[in-house]
Structures are given as C-alpha cells and as structure tokens.
Design a protein around this ligand. Structure first.
Ligand code: BGC
Length: 741
C-alpha cells in the first residue's frame, strides 16, 4: 500500500493560501500566471485520439508494483472497521481508490447512488431523490431512464464523485427481497433495457457507471452465506440476460459482484459468471469490483476474474503483492486487473475531465424527478371514473395516512438519500421526504375543504371520510437492504384503516407508497388505487398531477402483484441456520463459506412467467396499468426475417390525449420447453383522442432463443412462434403465428 503523504497535501494547501494572498496584492501590477504544467500533461497517454485500451496500456507500462496494487483495492469506508491511513483523502462516499498523482491518474471517488446520491448532507450538500428504481421502471421509458441517469451523474460530479455504485438490476425473483425497490422489476428485457439507458446517460456525465449485484443476489436473508443454486440455462435466460442487455446498452465500466454464492462458489470468485460469461461470452472490458466485504480470497478470486476489492484490502493489498512476488499470481494477471481499472477511467472520461465540485441544479432536477414520477404512477383501479378529481366540483377531501401531512416514504440501506436538513439517517431508520401530499392536494383544490387524519384513530379517520366528498388514503410499505419483508401485507395494520375508511365512504382512493408488490384484501371495496412507489423528492406534486388529471397516467407494473404470498414460487424465504455469522459482512470476510442454499427450481419462471405456467390468478398482472383514456389494438403483421418486425396499430378510443405502453410477447414452440410467453419488446405510443398510429417493434433474435447448455450458447428452436400484442401481459388482443428457424 502506498501512503499518500499527508504532509504533502497540507503543505500544498499552505503554499496555495500564501500564493492566493500574494496574488491578491499583486493583482493590480502583474497578469495572472497559469500554474506550471505537470510533466504528464504531454505524456503520450494524454492524447485523446488514442483509444482507452491504448491509453491504459501506456500508463500500465509506467507503474511500479505498489502502484499497481493500489489500483486494485479501496482505502476504506467511513464507519467500516478501523480507519485506514489514507481515509481522509476520500470524499465521504462508500469508497475510493488512490490515483497516481505523478502520472495524472485521478482518484476514483465512489458513492452509492441508487435513486440519488447517498450521504450528501455529510458533505454539507444536497441530493435529489428520484422515484425508486422499481417505480421508474413502471414508466417503461428508456428516455426517462436516461434522464434519471443524467440527474444522478451530474449530482455525483457536483458533489465530488466520479463513480456511481447504482445500477441495480437483480430480477424480482422474490418480491419480499428488501432491495426490490432498488431494482427494475421481474422481466429481463424490460429491466436490462432500462438499466442500460440509465447507465449510458449517467456515464455520459463522466462518472464510471456500475451495474450490480452480479448475480442471483435475489434475497437479502443470509445474503453473505446463501448459495443460489440454479441451472446455467435458467440463469442465462433470466438474471444474466438482464445484466447482458444492461451492459450492451449502457456499456458500464464497472460490474459489482454480489455477496452470495452461485452454485457453490462466491459470486466474487466465481469463474463461471466472472470469466466464462462476463469476459469471454460478453466481452466486457471494464472492471469487476466486489460488493463491500464480498471478497473472500486472493488467488482464487483473482484467477476467477475479480479485479478490485472493496472497500479495503484484506485480500487485494499486501497479500496480493506477496502472491505476485512469490510467483503464485502471475504479473500478467495483476496487469489485466490494473489495465481494466485504468481503461475504465479513460473510457468514462475521468482523466480528461477532472472533478470540480459545483452546485446541484436543485430546481431543474426537482422538475425532472417530478416528470419521472408522473410517468411512473400506475393507476390500478378506477371505478366509475372516480379519478381524476374535478377541482372545481369537489367540495371536501379527507387526506388520511401516517405522515401524509408531512411527506412520503423512501427506501433504506445503502440506497438511502438524505432528506434536506436531516443528514445521515441511521441504518434501518424510516425516512420521509418533505413532499407533503396534504399540501399538494390543498394547492390543487384551493376551493375545497381539505382535512387530515393520521389514521391512528380508526373512528376519527372513518368519521372524517364520512363527511367528505372523497377520502384519499396514503398507505406505506417500507423496505431496506439487509432485510426481507416477512410478507407483502401493509405493515402496522394499515389494511384496517383502508377498510374502515372505505366502509365510511365508497369514494375512497388509495395511494400506495411501496417498494414492491402489496396484497390488498380491500381491493373490491375501494373506488380507486394508484401505486406511487417511493415517489422521491417531488413525489406529492406528481401524485396530485395524477389525482387531479393534470397528467394522464401511463405507467404499467414492472412486477406482478400476487393475490397472496402462498402463490409465490417460494412461499417461505430460505433462512440461514441459527449459527449464522450475523448481519454484518465485515465479520465474515475471512474463511466465509455458504451455510445454506436456496434452490431456484422455478428457474426461468419469474413473475408473470411463473403465474402463467402455474395457471395462478393474480391481483394485478405484470404490464398492467389504467389510463384516463382507452386504447384499442389492430392490424398485426409480423415479418419473418432474422429479427422479426412486429407491426400493429394503436388507437386512442377515448377523449383524452395519452401515452400507451404497447407490449409484445412471444410464445415459443413446445419443443423449447419454456413458460407460455415472454416479453420480447415494447414501445410507447403518444396519441391524441381518436388518433391511430402504426408502430413497429423489432425483436432481437436472442430474445426468442433459449440457452442450450450442451452447446453453451443461445439457440433458436425451429418451429412456430406466437406473437402477442396488447396493453398488459394478460390482455393481448392481437396474435399471429410465424414459423422461424
Ligand atoms: C451494498 C452495495 C453498496 C455497498 C456500498 C453494500 O452493502 O450491497 O449495494 O454499493 O454496500 O455502500
């Protein structure tokens, strides 16, 4: 480990101050001098016309062994074990990697940034909370995903970071997974496309983009000791496919391997996923970093393809150096790790565009957060067009729900964004953002009487609902990294509040703030339901946009809402044995081994594929969402080329302009032995009332193929394919069979 000498930094600060003072005295007499150019300014690797590979190679040749080793591990994280000697050089984020000062290679300053930049208030700064990742996935909108990435990328840079740790894309195999809100839903094509677009635009801000947690990290229970057992075929067609699409679309320069094991080997020392698939099949050129404390070895991890240990150097510091010196790890292997880290720095623009802290565009980013949430709220039920509310005719509104006067809830764990004025919330603390539903509703209906009840007193809530024209109940389900939900029932007996209010007033509207699916025993007794997810900093204005019809809802569910947890592939979540090593990964890095397994026998049957295959009715299906207008589908044509083109017409049959998300599914030939259908494409169609548009979706060949384990490759099963088109996975009015081979 190289100690970045503290005196040098202090001295240079003192010299700088003296220079400023002297400069201000001289300012009238002499022109300002530029600082002398560092020697590396004219180094060959600073030539921007060279490729990132060429530039990385040139730098690599200059490095000493110690400098190489510095690039393959972190320097600690605030609060993680004993502070490391260089910790003060970090920017307060989850980790950082030393730069090579003498060569002009910058530090990599990393921050968690799932739905906004984490821990910003610790630096005296502010971050925008966007809607949760799952919420934003309900927009099915690659452009919104790009805007999402831009906001996060620019806010990271403004706060002094040049690498994001966002980009979660684990599929919703287990909807009780406490991190479901950080991911993009249950379908690999939808999730991969959206995360890829987010990363592409995030990285365009000159931060290293990251995709995580690679792979099959699909439950939090025992996450550091669980072995995810799954066939290669199922893995390739589901979770890995989401990653592959995300990497193809977004070209992230980093992949974070996950805590769990996969088929016996920890994900951060798993040769199959890291080398055979990621490097050799997908030709990924960036670097792999471990999840925090997810490295378990030196020689094995290095050979398997782990490039960088985070957040410390238990295996990739002195022990790595010694292994190289002793000839146990070839220098060429170390060089390959270093080359990948350097290449990422050049490819993402870190070297050519050094960090300068600046001010976040607070209002601009709030407007973007609101627009994304406008497109993410899913209207699930709307009996007799109860919504939108007419602000001119509604006389009285009851707003009911815990904190509904104050704010909206957010997701916890390392994804947690600081709400303004409340730095660094404690781990597992429930955090409400000060975006007040009550105030937004009052502002939208200034002539109505708007009254609030928390719902803690059931009778008072029912009484208020009874004497109001409509009742709007805000219900919440909180989630966080490090835990799974015991079930999908609303906590704190909120079902009782809904039931009491709905009994008092049939014009009851439920706004759900959730990180995943919730069960709704009251579904038949309420008038309307809107799923607002974790709505972000501008959430309550977006909810009011939908409630009062300023925005016509267009979002559709990126996950299935089951009727009951008994219908899930795993009615109970596999748990670690009682001798479990505890919740903190720090305690179990050395000598860790998986202590229990979860057998993903349902394989590729995740979400709707499972319910379809099992013929189980659901509460709300994948891809479902209502609008204030209606649409019809007609004129399906499917071309039979290598990449079939699916063409059809969508018509707005109602009286409001809207955007319809049109979904294309394919049923494979029986010989493929696949679930009844899979999503193979989608598009968003904006339509004025009465307008029709013909649209086309081309279907990449791989989306129709299955993974052939014998050939270790995706292959098309020759035969008849049924293409189905419509507005939800369970409403597909257009069908056409096409023979493909
Ligand atoms: C999480 C990662 C996160 C890292 C750094 C880990 O516990 O699993 O997603 O990026 O911590 O905070």
């Amino acid at each position: 480990m190289t100690l970045a000498s503290p005196w040098r930094f202090r001295l240079s600060a003192a010299v700088a101050l003296a220079a400023i003072a002297a400069g201000s005295m001289l300012v009238a007499q002499s022109p300002r001098r530029r600082p002398p150019e560092p020697a590396w300014a004219h180094a060959k690797y600073m030539d921007k016309s060279l490729s990132p590979d060429e530039r990385a190679e040139l730098v690599l040749k200059e490095l000493t062994l110690d400098e190489k080793v510095d690039l393959i591990h972190g320097q600690g994280m605030p609060g993680w074990g004993k502070p490391k000697p260089n910790y003060y050089l970090g920017n307060g984020g989850a980790g950082f990697v030393l730069g090579i000062d003498r060569l002009g290679i910058p530090f990599i300053q990393m921050s968690d940034a799932a739905y906004g930049v984490r821990s910003s208030a610790m630096n005296g700064r502010y971050s925008t909370a966007l809607p949760s990742n799952l919420g934003a996935a309900a927009s099915w909108d690659p452009e919104a995903a790009c805007a999402y990435g831009e906001v996060i990328g620019s806010e990271l840079r403004a706060q002094g970071y040049n690498m994001t740790l966002g980009g979660g894309v684990n599929l919703t195999r287990e909807p009780r997974n406490g991190r479901t809100f950080e991911y993009q839903g249950e379908d690999p094509v939808l999730a991969g496309t959206l995360v890829g677009n987010r990363i592409k635009c995030e990285q365009a801000q000159h931060v290293i983009g990251d995709i995580k947690h690679f792979a099959i990290n699909d439950q939090e229970s025992g996450r550091n000791e669980v072995d995810s057992v799954i066939s290669n075929r199922a893995m390739q067609e589901s979770d890995l496919l989401a990653f592959h699409i995300g990497i193809e679309v977004g070209d992230p320069q980093a992949v974070m391997c996950s805590y769990n094991a996969i088929n016996g080997d920890y994900a951060c020392e798993n040769k199959y996923t890291l080398t055979d698939v990621l490097r050799n099949e997908w030709h990924f050129k960036g670097f792999v970093l471990s999840d925090w404390g997810g490295t378990h070895s030196t020689i094995k991890a290095s050979a398997a393809g782990l490039d960088q240990e985070q957040p410390q150097e238990n295996f990739y510091g002195d022990s790595f150096k010694k292994a190289v010196q002793d000839g146990k790890i070839p220098m060429s292997e170390l060089d390959e790790h270093v080359r990948r880290v350097l290449r990422a720095e050049f490819a993402a623009g870190l070297v050519d565009d050094p960090l300068h802290k600046s001010v976040v565009d607070v209002f601009g980013d709030l407007a973007k957060a609101r627009k994304i949430e406008d497109g993410s709220i899913v209207l699930l039920k709307n009996t007799n067009n109860l919504l939108p509310l007419d602000k001119n005719s509604v006389q009285s509104i009851a707003v009911i729900g815990d904190h509904a006067d104050y704010g909206m809830i957010s997701g916890g764990g390392s994804a947690q964004v600081d709400p303004p004025g409340a730095p660094n919330p404690k781990w597992l603390e429930h955090v409400w953002f000060p975006t007040s539903p009550l105030k937004s509703i009052e502002a939208r209906a200034p002539s109505a009487k708007v009254a609030f009840a928390s719902g803690k007193d059931l009778d008072a809530a029912a009484e208020l609902a009874k004497k109001s024209d409509v009742a709007i109940v805000f219900v919440q389900q909180w989630e966080s990294e490090g835990m799974d939900l015991p079930n999908l029932t609303l906590p704190d007996e909120q079902d009782k509040i809904v039931e009491a209010v709905a009994k008092a007033n049939p014009k009851t509207i439920i706004v759900v703030e959730s990180g995943t699916a919730v069960t709704m025993p009251w579904v038949d007794s309420v008038g309307a339901i809107a799923e607002a997810w974790y709505a972000g900093s501008a959430g309550s204005d977006a909810v009011a946009d939908i409630l009062f019809g300023d925005v016509n809802p267009s979002a559709k569910l990126p996950i299935t809402f089951p009727k009951s947890i008994d219908d899930l592939p795993h009615p109970t979540i596999a748990q670690p044995p009682p001798h479990s090593q505890g919740p903190s990964p720090v305690m179990r890095m050395e000598d860790a081994k998986p202590t229990f397994a979860v057998h993903y026998d349902e394989g590729v049957e995740i979400g709707y594929k499972w319910y379809d295959a099992e013929n189980k009715p659901v509460l709300f299906p994948f891809g479902f969402g209502l609008s204030y207008t209606t649409y019809s589908y007609s004129d399906l044509k499917v071309s039979e080329g290598k990449e079939p083109r699916v063409t059809f017409k969508v018509t707005n049959t109602g009286s409001r302009a809207g955007v319809e998300i049109a979904e294309v599914y394919a049923g494979l030939p029986a010989a493929a032995q696949e679930p009844p259908k899979r999503l193979v494409g989608f598009t968003r169609v904006a339509l004025a009332p009465g307008e029709s548009k013909e649209v086309s979706v081309s279907v990449p060949r791989q989306y129709l193929e299955i993974f052939d384990e014998g050939a270790n490759a995706f292959k098309l099963t020759p035969g008849s394919y049924t293409f189905m088109v419509g507005g939800s996975s369970q409403e597909l009015p257009l069908k056409q069979e096409v023979s493909l081979n």
